[in-house]
Structure formats: structure tokens, C-alpha cells
Design a protein around this ligand. Structure first.
Ligand SMILES: [Zn+2]
Length: 507
């Protein structure tokens, strides 16, 4: 059986409202999933991480019980993803029975095979990060997480441990033999040095609070990270729906933020191996979106309401900006002025104008009907383009993919400027004008197909303006053959520009 493409986002911790960083990761997964679907079977999972002390605290502060709190927040997250045109295949909540019962089953399996054992935990604990820290890692006695730096507390309790140390050597081996399984390189190197320093077993149960999945047989709840990581396989029905699980596991790409690389590339594969399952093919740690050099997040108080951005620029323009602005894997800075500039220049002037100019000329000279193709000046030149774009996307080089696509945008615009269809029309050179108009329309058709994963709504609008109904999301190999646009197709140009010009506020 061929394996389907499986992409996951981290499940989001719902101790507050979503911000642009959450939208970013989810949009990236959406672009991958949409592209993968043009080639066949794909599955895109996102969801929410609902257990743990911080959620319990946030609920308490709001005067709610944790479940009610989560039930009220989840629709906000789903709404956000919908407003960015994100089409996931499944949204898992860690409070769902389908997840909880399988987490308990994993716990029992590992207890049976000896990788989960009873011990006494004593150590420094940061309740904000829900993480135990070695004394040597503390900075001036405080939490070493640069985003936190809160006071840690000394905990001493009976606990269940996961035998992570047993996987130290296999992990080193895996990292050495799969040098690209963790990307970017900076994340790989950081994890490698943690492995070289040595791993210790860690506690996976909590007795101090009860907002979590109960440990089978009693004795507290399961550590929230142990619970959360398992969502990637519980959503597939691990141990219950074997056909489905084998179809998608191991995951093709697991997207994460770089701050949670340790959980996903050290602890996660160890748990999987303990279950006899494989590690994911690729874990990719993306960078942070910064605003004036500061990471955007709730704790910094500079969270930008993503819905406001959607209202101002439109969802597709934000999707475009987020994937075009930075190299995926690196930090990049964001500002409304930067978005407005790319919006006006690249989307409005380059792409929007190309569509508008072409369809206006087609209406003027050919009653809006696509002419017969003539001698093409583009077909051969761009034959390899879809392959290059696809490769860049699956290599998570989204910026490169968009730059490749823009080569065609620019080439088509240059063709209009240099060959001047209005001059051909005036000179009565009908064959040359037909050939030129056909190439322009066909080029725009190609653009719509390749842009569809990035800007699904705008690509759909372009498709409709070309007078096309089906096929936008089909296989690139079949759809992107130069000459695929039928002669005599009646185009339907819109009165409204694709990207109406914005007045740029100087920031
Ligand atoms: Zn902390």
C-alpha cells in the first residue's frame, strides 16, 4: 500500500486566544496539504492541547471549570483557521474520549514493557512551562526558558517515569543516519548536543493537580506533554484502525515551533519506538514571527489579532505574505507596512494587473473569447516550472516556490510591455495578436493552479474570470500542459480588481 502524505501542526495550547504565530504554522500545513492533494492521498491534522496546569489556571481565573473553558475557546481557534481558508482533515482535542482512551492504552503498554516505571521524583519544576529542569540548567535559580524565567519550585513526589535514557544511543544513531530528519540545521545541531550531553529518565505523572488524563489504576494524571504528543497517532486511530494508521504513519512532515523541538525530536521518537512504531520522516522547526525584533506571543503582550489582519488585507494576502517574507525555518519580522508593500507591489501591481490587463484586452479585441493558440513563446520556457515549484514546496522552501512562480508573472507582464498587443491590433497582425493573447491567458491559468495552495480564494477567482469551472485543484502533471486552455473559452472578467490598492500607512 502506498503511504499517504501526512502533515501535522503542533496542537495548540489553549490557555488563551490564538495569535498570528498559530495561524502561520497552520497555513504552512495547509499549503503542504493542498499541494499534496493534487498528487493523491493527503491527511492534515491540527487541534488543541487542553490539559495541564496552565489551562486549569486560565479557566480558574475566568471563573470556569476547565472543560467549559476549553469548549468556549475551541470555536475561536476553528474560526481563525476558517477565516484563513485552512482546510484540515481532522481537528483533534485532547479532551476527546478517542484521544484519552488511547493515551491510557499507550501508558499501559509502556508500563508492561518496562519503559514506564515507578520512582520518586525530586527536582526543580517550572509550573508555567510544566517542565522539570536540572539544577545545572537553572539560571540564577530561575527557569532557563528565555520566554519564562519564572521561579521554579522543588517538587518531591512518587511518580511514574519514562525510561528516556534507554533511547539515548538509538537516538544518536538515528540522528547520525538521518541527518535531514530534523530541520533546519540549527535545530538538528541543538538536539544533537542535547543527545551528546546525555538523557535522563523523566516523570510522566502528576499528583499535584487533576486536570489531565487519569493514570490507569490511579495515582494522578498523565504529564501533559506525554498526553499531547500522542495526538499525532491517536487521531489516526492507532491500535484501533490499523489500516488507517498504516496508511499515514510515519508522518511525512511534522511542523513545530523551534521552542518545542526537544519534545518532538527526542521524547517523541523514543515513545514511538517504545511502542514499536517508527519516527516521523521529518520534523521541521519553523522560526518565530517577530514584531520589532520581539517574538509575538501572548506573554509579551504584543499579540496581533489575526482577524484584524484578515479584515484589512484579506486572508489570501496574509497567507502570501507569511510564506513569501521569510525563509521557512528562520525568524522574520512582520509589520503592517511590510504586508501593505507586498500587497500593493506583488499582488496588486504584478499579479492583479496582469489578470486585469489581459482580460480587458481580450474583451476589447476578441469579445472575451480565448483565441486559437499560435506559435508559443512560453510553452518550452516554462515546462519545468511546475516541477520546480512543487519541489520547493515539498522541500518547505515556500519563499523559493513563490519566487519561481513570480518568474512567470514577470515574464507575462514583460511580454505585454514589450510586444504591445495594442500595436499588433492597430497593425492588423491578427495571428500574432491571437498567439500573444492565448499565451497570456494560458500563463494566467498556470498561475492560478500553482498559486491555489497559497491563495485558494484568489486562485479560484482567477479561475472563474478565465471562464473555467473545474480542474483548479487537479494533478499538476495533467493540468499544467501548455495549451490546455480551450480556444473559444468565454472569459468573465470582474469589475473589481483582485487586490484593490491599499493606502500604505508609513510605519
Ligand atoms: Zn518556565
Amino acid at each position: 500500500m502506498t503511504r499517504g502524505f501526512y502533515v501535522t501542526t503542533p496542537i495548540y495550547y489553549i490557555n488563551g486566544n490564538p495569535h498570528i504565530g498559530h495561524a502561520y504554522t497552520t497555513i504552512v500545513a495547509d499549503v503542504l496539504a493542498r499541494t499534496a492533494r493534487t498528487r493523491g492521498d493527503a491527511f492534515f491534522l491540527t487541534g488543541t492541547d487542553e490539559h495541564g496546569q496552565k489551562v486549569a489556571d486560565a479557566a480558574k481565573a475566568a471563573g470556569l471549570d476547565p472543560q467549559t473553558w476549553c469548549d468556549r475557546l475551541v470555536p475561536k481557534w476553528k474560526q481563525l483557521f476558517a477565516s484563513f481558508h485552512v482546510e484540515y482533515d481532522d481537528f483533534i482535542r485532547t479532551t476527546e474520549p478517542r484521544h484519552e482512551r488511547l493515551v491510557q492504552r499507550v501508558f499501559e503498554r509502556l508500563r508492561e514493557n518496562g519503559d514506564v516505571y515507578r520512582g520518586v521524583y525530586e527536582g526543580w519544576y517550572c509550573s508555567n512551562d510544566e517542565t522539570f529542569w536540572l539544577e545545572s540548567k537553572l539560571i540564577e535559580g530561575r527557569c532557563p526558558n528565555p520566554e519564562c524565567r519564572r521561579e521554579v519550585e522543588w517538587l518531591s513526589e512518587e511518580s511514574w517515569f519514562f525510561r528516556l535514557s534507554k533511547y539515548n544511543q538509538p537516538l544518536l544513531e538515528h540522528f547520525r543516519t538521518h541527518p535531514n530528519w530534523v530541520r533546519p540545521r540549527s535545530a538538528y545541531n541543538e538536539m544533537m548536543s542535547m543527545l551528546e550531553e546525555g538523557l535522563e529518565d523523566f516523570s510522566i505523572s502528576r499528583a499535584a493537580f487533576d486536570w489531565g488524563i487519569p493514570i490507569p489504576g490511579g495515582g494522578g494524571v498523565i504529564y501533559v506533554w506525554f498526553d499531547a504528543l500522542l495526538n499525532y497517532i491517536t487521531a489516526l486511530g492507532w491500535s484501533e484502525d490499523d489500516a488507517r494508521f498504516r496508511r499515514y504513519w510515519p508522518a511525512t512532515v511534522q511542523l513545530i515551533g523551534k521552542e518545542i523541538a526537544r519534545f518532538h525530536t527526542i521524547i517523541w521518537p523514543a515513545i514511538l519506538w517504545s511502542l514499536g512504531e517508527k519516527a516521523p520522516d521529518l520534523v521541521f522547526a519553523h522560526g518565530w514571527i517577530t514584531l520589532d525584533g520581539q517574538k509575538i506571543g501572548k506573554s509579551l503582550g504584543n499579540a496581533v489579532d489575526p482577524e484584524t489582519l484578515v479584515q484589512r488585507f484579506g486572508a489570501d494576502a496574509i497567507r502570501y505574505f507569511l510564506l513569501r517574507e521569510g525563509h521557512f525555518g528562520s525568524d522574520f519580522s512582520y509589520s503592517e507596512a511590510k504586508i501593505a508593500q507586498r500587497y500593493n507591489d506583488e499582488l496588486g501591481n504584478d499579479l492583479g494587473n496582469l489578470v486585469r490587463r489581459t482580460l480587458t484586452m481580450l474583451a476589447r479585441y476578441r469579445n472575451g473569447l480565448v483565441p486559437q493558440p499560435g506559435e508559443t513563446r512560453f510553452g518550452e520556457r516554462f515546462t519545468e516550472l511546475p516541477k520546480r515549484v512543487e519541489e520547493a514546496i515539498f522541500n518547505l522552501q515556500f519563499r523559493d516556490a513563490l519566487e519561481e512562480i513570480w518568474e512567470l508573472v514577470s515574464a507575462l507582464n514583460r511580454e505585454i510591455d514589450e510586444r504591445k498587443p495594442w500595436v499588433l491590433a492597430k497593425a492588423g497582425d491578427e495571428a500574432a495578436l491571437d498567439a500573444l493573447l492565448y499565451d497570456l491567458c494560458e500563463g494566467i491559468r498556470w498561475l492560478a493552479v500553482m498559486l491555489a495552495p497559497f491563495m485558494p480564494q484568489k486562485a479560484g477567482e482567477i479561475w472563474e474570470q478565465l471562464g473555467l469551472r473545474t480542474g483548479l485543484h487537479g494533478s499538476w502533471e495533467q493540468t499544467l500542459v501548455w495549451g490546455g486552455l480551450g480556444a473559444q473559452t468565454q472569459t468573465a472578467p470582474s469589475e473589481t480588481p483582485l487586490f484593490p490598492r491599499l493606502e500604505i500607512a508609513v510605519a
